[in-house]
Design a protein. Structure first.
Length: 116
């Protein structure tokens, strides 16, 4: 089973930007849709933020629309999430995983903290 490893999180100021990376241990070409999720700090549930199909078609959920850009590079086994206009409500642990079909084993995620 392919393993997805997240990176790129860190501390950002409100209004700032971060780009997250999700890299597979092997080819991700067969993963139809890859999504970025973030863990709700209150419910601890992971919620879909954005997804991208294996031909690069993106989709966004809620406040990610217009601020985040998801992209995919199958040649590099990678999916990226470019986040701009960050606000404190974007503070969360971010994960990547399949968005269609059963989940793969979850990675460790990458922490994003938005604070002044």
């Amino acid at each position: 089973q392919v393993q997805l490893v997240e990176s790129g999180g860190g501390l950002a100021q409100p209004g700032g930007s971060l780009t997250l990376s999700c890299v597979g241990s092997e080819s991700i070409s067969d993963i139809y849709v890859v999504g970025w999720y973030r863990k709700d700090p209150e419910t601890q549930r992971k919620k879909l933020v954005a997804s991208v199909s294996n031909i690069g078609h993106p989709a966004y959920v809620g406040s990610a629309e217009g601020r985040f850009t998801i992209s995919r590079d199958n040649a590099k086994n990678a999916v990226y999430l470019q986040m701009t206009a960050l606000n404190v409500y974007d503070t969360a642990e971010y994960y990547c995983n399949q968005a269609v079909g059963g989940f793969l084993t979850w990675g460790r995620g990458t922490q994003v903290i938005v604070s002044s």
